[in-house]
Structure formats: C-alpha cells, structure tokens
Design a protein around this ligand. Structure first.
Ligand code: TYM
Length: 352
C-alpha cells in the first residue's frame, strides 16, 4: 500500500513555490485517501543556520500552513522531526552506508557552499540528504511529493536504500525481513522500498516574479520576487501587477511559451492554482495581453491564498492547538519509526 511522506524546513516564510510544489500536493494526496505523513524538518533547519531566535514560531508557522491549507491532522500524521529521534538514528546508519562523493555531487550542496572552504561548511550540511533519506525510509514510505529542486536528493535516497539492501541482503534474509525484488536483473532481498518522487503538475518549479530564470525562494533579497503565504490581498495584487513579463500577448499553445520564462511561469501558476493544465489556461487566455491576464491571476491567487493566510494567523494566535497536533502526530510517528528501527537493529546485529 502506498505511503506518502514529505517535509518542509522551518526556515523563513513559506511562499507560493512551497505551496504549489509541495503543500497543495500534500492536500490532494490526502484527499485521495492515501496514508500521509507530513513533517516539519526542524533538524534540517540547523544546516541553514545553527542558532535560531524564533525556532518555535517557525515550527508552529509551518504547522499552521499545513492545517490552514487543508491537511487534516487526524487523517494524516503531522509532526516535527526532532520529536522522533529515530530519524537521527537511521541517518547515522545511512551516513555509514552512503559515500562522501555522493553528497559532494549534490547541486544544492555545491550552490550553498560555492566559494567557501571546508572550515566554513558544517558536516550537517554535507550529510543533509542522508537525514532526508532517513526521514522517508524510517516509515518505509513509497511516495514523496516535492518540488523539482528536491529531485536529486530523492535519487540519492534511492541509492542509499539500494546500497543498504545489497550490503545487508544476507542479514535481511536471516532476520526474516524484506522481500525479493529485481534490481536491474540482479535479485536482491530488499528491506527498504525504492521511493517514487511525485514532482509533476503545471508548476513543479515556481520561478521568481522578477526573473523567470531564477527559482522563487525564501532567500531572494527582493520580497517582490515571491508571494508569501501570509501576504494579504493588497500585497498579492501588487506583486502580480509588478511581476516581470514580456511585451507579447499570451500564445495560443503551450509550445509558444518556449523561451518566454516569465509568461510560462505565470501561466503555470494560474494552472496550478486552479487545478488545471497550462493547455486549458491558454485555451482561455491565449491571444490576450498580460493587462487582461494579470487581474484574473490576482483574483484567483487572492481567492486561494487569502483564506489560508487568515487561518494561519488565527491558528498562530493561540498555538495550543498547533502544539497538541504536533504532540499527537509525534507519538503516532514514533510508533511506526520505532518498529522500523527495531528491524534495522536486528538486521545490523546490534544486541538488544
Ligand atoms: P524546503 O523546505 O526547501 O521546501 C519545501 C518544499 O517546497 C518545494 N519548493 C518549491 N517547489 C516549486 N517551486 C519552488 N520555487 C519551490 N521552492 C521550494 C521543495 O521542493 C519542497 O518540496 N529538503 C527538503 C525538506 C525535506 C524533505 C524530506 C522533503 C527534508 N526531508 C523528506 C521530502 C522528504 C527542503 O529543503 O525543502
């Protein structure tokens, strides 16, 4: 049976990229009656910045965004990573399975460390993908909804799972665990599943509103480059009105968006916010000027995002409910994770 897992870092404001690339998909997967586990990855946040003045607020605000967007904490499990120490325990084992070269090849690691020397880069930042693999595999989750920027990390999670399965193949069998699968044409007795990234949809990579070749990101110095989940209607309208475009009308077909990154981005955002395709959006708006399209996009964005922002503020006003959700989710997550770790300790041969 499919099991969905994903996580979001409690670092900075959530933006439209996080919402369309991740949270909106979390809600859709829950609506399809999958078992879903959604995590605020507070341990990962230490790799961006070690000391946070407002860590509790950041954790609660991601949780509030989950709830306000429609994640039901009874149906799905919502918790913060540090509440389940099994993530860190499995990550240590994966640190011994994975190779340093695999980590050094990650483009996100290279982007974040470019120009720095090894004295300035934490070991945690290098090992980041190993903890991410542990997040997923400690539940033996099979499906992971993320934005496109996480694709390489999920491929690495598959490599780690596969190497663990091969290295410990005989032990897995001896412990009476796992199932026979083919890796290429080699039979392997596998304990961890191969995770499937869920990246599709019309906006897997939401771009900056100021530069269609740059990803929308929390760290862009210009607030006009992104729409935050907590922006009010005026701010949303202003940012879309000021969004960079080109002088041409919208094309009639998706092929006409090639070489027009800003136009492609806005059409993708419209499609994702209205649960349709870019084709359908162009059937409606193709041939029209941005002066006609932008007001429609403002109305749509405000109608989807304002209620989420309002509900987040309401939840954050009295955080007891949020904290209770995290405690309950943490307890349910620990139970599943501990079962996996008991298996893993047996597979390795730790005496217990
Ligand atoms: P994070 O916190 O940077 O981002 C959270 C999610 O938002 C997506 N995203 C985007 N999607 C589309 N367009 C964008 N401009 C955009 N910016 C961000 C990200 O792809 C992500 O899905 N490493 C992860 C957190 C993590 C995780 C995990 C995810 C830790 N463990 C296990 C899945 C499974 C991260 O830093 O996401």
């Amino acid at each position: 049976k499919p099991l969905v897992f994903s996580g979001i870092q409690p670092t900075g404001n959530l933006h439209l990229g996080n919402y369309l690339g991740a949270i909106r998909k979390f809600v859709a997967l829950q609506a399809e009656n999958n078992d879903c586990i959604y995590c605020v990855v507070d341990l990962h946040a230490l790799t961006a910045q070690l000391v946070h003045d407002d860590m509790p607020t950041q954790i609660r605000s991601i949780t509030a965004a989950f709830l306000a967007s429609g994640i039901d904490p009874v149906k799905s499990i919502v918790f913060n990573q540090s509440a389940v120490p099994q993530h860190a325990e499995l990550a240590w084992i994966f640190n011994c399975v994975a190779r340093i070269g695999w980590m050094e090849r990650m483009t996100q690691f290279k982007d974040k460390t470019g120009g720095k020397n090894a004295e300035q880069v934490s070991l945690g930042l290098l090992a980041y993908p190993s903890l991410m693999a542990a997040d997923i595999l400690v539940y033996r989750a099979t499906h992971v909804p993320v934005g496109e920027d996480q694709k390489q990390h999920l491929e690495l999670a598959r490599d780690i799972a596969q190497k663990f399965n091969i290295d410990f193949g005989a032990h897995i069998r001896k412990a009476g665990l796992g199932t026979d699968v083919l890796v290429g044409d080699e039979p392997v007795h596998a304990y961890f599943p191969m995770v499937e990234p869920l990246i599709g949809g019309p906006a897997p990579r939401v771009m900056s509103l100021k530069d269609g070749t740059k990803k929308m990101s929390k760290s862009d110095p210009s607030d006009l480059s992104r729409i935050n989940l907590t922006d009010d209607a005026d701010a949303i309208a202003r940012k879309i009105r000021k969004a960079k475009t080109d002088p041409d009308a919208l094309p009639l077909e998706v092929a006409g968006l090639a070489g027009r990154p800003e136009a492609g981005n806005l059409v993708g955002i419209y499609a994702a916010l209205s649960d349709t395709t870019r084709e359908k959006v162009l059937e409606q708006f193709g041939g029209q000027q941005f002066s006609a399209f932008k007001p429609a996009l403002v109305d749509l964005a405000v109608s989807v995002l304002s209620p989420i922002g309002e509900e987040m503020r309401r939840l954050l006003d009295a955080p007891d409910h949020i904290d209770a959700v995290l405690r309950d989710g943490g307890a349910r997550a620990r139970e599943i994770a501990e079962k996996t770790m008991q298996d893993v300790r047996d597979i390795i041969g730790f005496v217990r």
